[in-house]
Design a protein around this ligand. Structure first.
Ligand code: PNS
Length: 168
């Protein structure tokens, strides 16, 4: 059985990595797909190409994981991929309400099932938005995000080109 792990990944965190690694042990193949979140429109720190590059580097050691992107509805992507399962991570109860809503929507729109994988509790406080904020003040993000993600965050804020905003 194949799975798709969709998200904004701006950038990927250790929480995402934990969920992805667990998913890679359950499913035959997992595609990490960078998608568009309308709630975060125009508020991304990294371009799509940068996010894909970071993902490729940080997932290179996972042999049954590949990286992709898609600009439309997740259910259309799932259809294009020949169905499969959507994987989403849960950090805390606060994630649940939103995740429940989109899981129901995706089932309604495309009869696609969503499987939730709980991130380890040590990542429950980690989010892309927090990593971006800490990195913007040159704080230490080395324990929150994987290596390529950390390097990209440091470089982005060393360039002074970063913009803040968005959630997760
Ligand atoms: O990492 P995120 O931002 O929580 O991921 C949310 C994402 C990108 C998976 C979600 O916004 C999404 O599925 N976007 C694609 C468009 C879509 O299908 N929208 C309807 C369900 S919200």
């Amino acid at each position: 059985m194949n799975a798709v792990f969709p998200g904004s990944f701006d950038p990927i965190t250790n929480g995402h990595m934990d969920v992805l690694t667990r998913a890679s042990k359950i499913f035959d193949h997992v595609t990490v797909t960078v998608m568009h979140n309308a709630r975060k429109q125009g508020r991304h720190l990294f371009t799509l190409e940068e996010r894909l590059e970071i993902l490729r580097a940080d997932t290179a050691h996972l042999s049954n994981v590949s990286v992709d992107s898609f600009g439309g509805l997740l259910v259309n992507y799932m259809q294009q991929q020949g169905k499969g399962i959507i994987v989403r991570g849960l950090r805390a109860v606060s994630d649940y309400e939103y995740e429940l809503q989109i899981a129901h929507l995706n089932r309604q729109l495309g009869e696609v099932e969503t499987v939730f994988i709980m991130a380890a509790t040590r990542w429950s406080y980690v989010s892309s938005s927090m990593a971006r904020e800490i990195a913007s003040y040159q704080g230490d993000i080395g324990s929150m995000v994987p290596p390529a993600s950390a390097a990209a965050l440091r470089l982005k804020f060393a360039e002074g080109a970063g913009q803040m905003g968005g959630q997760d």
